[in-house]
Design a protein around this ligand. Sequence first.
Ligand code: NDP
Length: 446
Amino acid sequence: MSYVDEVYDLVVAKNPAQPEFHQAVKEVLESLRVVIEANEEKYRKDALLERIVTPERQLLFRVPWVDDKGQVQVNNGFRVQFNSAIGPYKGGLRLHPSVNLGIIKFLGFEQIFKNSLTGLPIGGGKGGSDFDPKGKSDREVMAFCQSFITELYKYIGADTDVPAGDIGTGAREIGYMYGQYKRLTGLYEGVLTGKGLSYGGSLARTEATGYGLLYLTAEMLKCNGKDIKDKTIVISGAGNVAIYAIQKAWQLGGKPVTCSDSTGWVYDPEGIDVALLKEIKEVKRGRLTEYVQARPGAQYHEAGSSKVWSVKCDIALPCATQNELDLEDARALVANGCFAVAEGANMPTTMEATEYFQANGVLFCPGKAANAGGVATSALEMSQNSERLSWTFEEVDARLQGIMVNIFHNLDEAAKKFGCEGNYVAGANIAGFLKVAEAMTAQGVV
Ligand code: NDP
């Protein structure tokens, strides 16, 4: 049996009931096969793959807090410090009822390669909790965040592990966590990114993942003789990534026509009104039904009956959550003439759907490259905190654009070098892996 297959079987056996983690490992190892097999003896002797699929440290902890009725609630807290070969652990905190160890491990594993691809010195980690901030008062969210950090603060720090936002963790949550970290340690340091501008946050961090997704998509199209201008774009999600993807899509001359949340989705033939969407989601924390009340020309569909992917488009950008675009959706998109897909969310496309896109000549860029703008800008926030300086919006945005363009060229070249031109999934995994593997080898058995 080949080394790749052996390690995949080992992951499944040693990590039962973690299907998302298995899926992420399978996708990465499959595309690394050509690289691993060229060096199989050495990698096997060093147990490099066994080490890379095993987190350096996994923290599981109790998060007790008191709700507004005086009732004690208990949630599970997680932080997986996956790989620090090229820098301090870096990755977001997800707050969503679906969070479990397998999901955090899949996200942490992906993060290793994503962070490597940015070209910046950051290792891979991820964390979160099954706490649901939705429907909670500000005081309840604060109580949860303070309790979460009261346990986690022992294991994080500006040079060891720097968490950030993710689903359910926005500026409010980061603020409460930062305050509690400072109170417990007495340190005013860049331990979290995604901070508010008044206390060490970076301009353009809020916009970074969505903007970065569009910068990379534009470069991918350009290198394939295409353009975003006047193209119809279907986007899922209505959170941080989706909102700023929609905004940048307009700025680059495209027409984003959809958005979605967990209860339904909107099709606006005139194009999504970003100001209205921001008002509903960022200010009121409301539902998308309010969008169609304000824009009668738009249509609202309940979740479950259909998905945004049924809308005819040129470009599709999944920006909500994992496995939200399956084979049936991929068939519908291809049949409707969609020629490019780039993942704003982490692993939103199932493996079967990805393969279908690739087999049908659709340009497909995986999330670990396409949504790396968020973590890249987080690393820029870390640099500004270390320097005790704040860069302008234009400076951060220009660096972000440069990083995204570079990421695309790195993965494009890696794909060409290893005989799989145009396969950007393989290119991203190979380019991300080689740097981490070299650093791990140089640092010995640790
Ligand atoms: P947000 O919480 O801001 O928004 C998530 C959006 O997706 C919301 O519209 C939410 O709807 C919807 N959603 C979440 N879970 C589900 C679900 N199970 N089914 C259907 N819809 C769902 O998160 P972000 O925009 O920050 O993150 C979106 C994705 O992008 C995630 O995969 C995240 O890991 C990834 N990502 C985010 C980065 C960032 O900088 N923010 C960086 C890199 C990747 P509702 O409000 O109804 O729950």
